[in-house]
Design a protein around this ligand. Structure first.
Ligand SMILES: [Ca+2]
Length: 311
């Protein structure tokens, strides 16, 4: 999947301040166990941030304030190992397995080109050719559709983040910038801060960030809130249907926005290893990707949220 050429691509639970019979006496307060911190999730208090920009693509306009209730979000993308445990537990068959193919890209292809690969799946995103890359357990699972991602999150009592939750968490307080650390893909220390494609074309990639395809989920430093891969590596499915006018509808500000009620594509955010400056260029915090809900690609993964969390 690429930003503009991907062809075919929660309500936060406001916990009541009190309810009858609960915490009505000191004894009952003492009897209550403290809330269990979700494993490998970052709990966020919620708050407000600026989403969108006035000088971006049409679907990124306008800049508007968004306010979110507390939630917790996975600190990393869902890994191959975690997805395997889900499949072992549920017998889930992914969209790619049902379709019998997936959409993959390789070094050496033309810009904007994709290849339909028979038998590609989360187990073998680049196909079963002996020379094809094999996914490692600590890499983000890919070749999973939005439907697969939604099923995974639900199985664990979670959900996909809304588009607003995703951006709030990935920004970690950085207002208006392309990356959590600024507007250049290099961090202040001179290192590349994310996994994307440095080649001028997709014919060859110099691998300046150290990775040709996906990278392990903790390969790059996290953002200021401890969240890994806030941008790059793989696109990240979010809950919302795509709407070019979503931000315009929320121009006066929004509380826990969920996007349109329906649509033809689901949103994905963050860009991927296949995004280069000359093709796609959508790696960052502003661009809004999209794809059909059942479409599996070798550069889309996901993470989950749990709503209603608070410190
Ligand atoms: Ca790379």
């Amino acid at each position: 999947m690429t930003g503009s050429r991907r062809r075919g691509l929660a309500t936060a639970l406001l916990v009541a301040a009190c309810h009858p019979g609960a915490a009505s006496t000191p004894a009952s307060i003492l009897d209550e166990a403290p809330p269990e911190a979700p494993a490998n999730m970052i709990e966020l208090d919620g708050g407000s941030f600026t989403m969108g920009r006035d000088d971006g693509k049409r679907d990124e306009r306008p800049a508007h304030r968004v306010t979110l209730s507390p939630f917790a979000i996975d600190e990393t993308l869902v890994t191959v190992a975690a997805f395997r445990a889900f499949v072992d537990d549920t017998g889930h068959r992914t969209s790619a397995e049902r379709l019998g193919f997936g959409m993959t890209a390789f070094e050496g292809m033309d810009d904007w080109q994709w290849k339909r690969v028979d038998a590609a799946s989360w187990r073998a995103p680049w196909g079963d050719d002996p020379d094809a890359p094999r996914p490692a357990d600590d890499e983000p699972v890919v070749m999973v559709s939005w439907v697969d991602a939604d099923a995974y999150c639900r199985h664990y009592g979670k959900s996909l983040p809304t588009e607003a939750q995703w951006e709030y968490a990935m920004r970690a307080g950085a207002e208006g910038t392309r990356f959590p650390w600024g507007d250049d893909p290099h961090r202040p220390d001179g290192t590349l801060g994310l996994n994307y494609w440095q080649g001028r074309t997709h014919r060859a990639d110099p691998r300046e960030d150290g990775f040709l395809y996906v990278s392990p989920v903790r390969a790059f430093a996290p953002n200021d809130w401890g969240i890994y891969d806030p941008v790059g590596n793989v696109w990240q499915w979010v809950a919302d249907w795509y709407g070019a006018q979503t931000y315009a509808h929320d121009a006066a500000g929004a509380i826990d926005p969920e996007g349109p009620d329906t649509g033809w594509a689901r949103v994905a955010r963050g860009g991927s290893w296949w995004c280069s400056a000359n093709a796609c260029s959508a790696y960052g915090l502003h661009a809004r990707g999209k794809s059909r809900p059942h479409a599996p690609f070798a550069n889309i993964g996901f993470r989950c949220v749990r709503n209603g969390a608070s410190r």
